[in-house]
Unconditional design. Sequence first.
Length: 291
Amino acid sequence: MNVSHSHKIPPLLTDIACDIAGSILYAISICTFAKYADFAPGGISGLALIIYHLCGFPIGLTSLLCNIPLILISYRTLGKQFLLKSARTMLISTFFIDLVFPHVPPYEGDPFLAALYSGALLGAGLALIYMRGSSTGGTDFLTLTVKAKRPHLSMGIVTMTIDLVIILLGWPVFGKIDSVLYGLAAAFVASTAMDKIMYGMGAGKLAIIITTHGAEIAETIAAICGRGSTSIPAIGTYTKLAREVLLCACSKAQAYKVRSAAHMIDPDAFVMIVETSEVFGEGFLEETRHP
């Protein structure tokens, strides 16, 4: 029986929904928690907050104006389509930052709590936007440009590195070193939340088992955990003996069972359990493909 795909949500609507949800989280982070806590969370939004503190210019509009030179720098690397999508995202986020959330009562309590919640919401909002192939602009453009040239780097770490200079500017502007500490805390929480949402949702474990009883161990793992394995022939460079390398992707909860199954069959098996950022395929996440 064929399943109809006529009711699938169009990608454009999904993009816009993620833009709105991400921009709302982004605006809450800036307007509700960071705006009156005397710290800059990093990025162009942090720079805009510093300018707002000095001159009173609107945060969203200032961010838009600061994006112009960054667009020129990153245009060749990121391309026209990405920048057009980002322009839509920037307009939506500016709407919420300058026109909606200034009318929402801000949090004026403990600045450290403000930094933590600002960072968590900022990271969550940016992750939603990044996952749809867009950006809020600013240092995001620089982050993604670096990511395009160095794809092995974590986006969270790249973002935090770029943000450090802006966070340090908060020291002379706000007049206290606490502003730097709060900004660093917010940036760390933001980068962690971003990485966990973008990469951690599909995280799992990879068991690498080196053994002479590959078939038996694979059958036992399948019986106990319901996980398949991939067998690769190998030769020990020290012993010169034939071995099998079993690769078994599993959930974190199943890692101990996989290791126990290997040692149940072959007590001398060499077992490595490593962290995986994402696992796509049968029994795990289905990969999302954007048009």
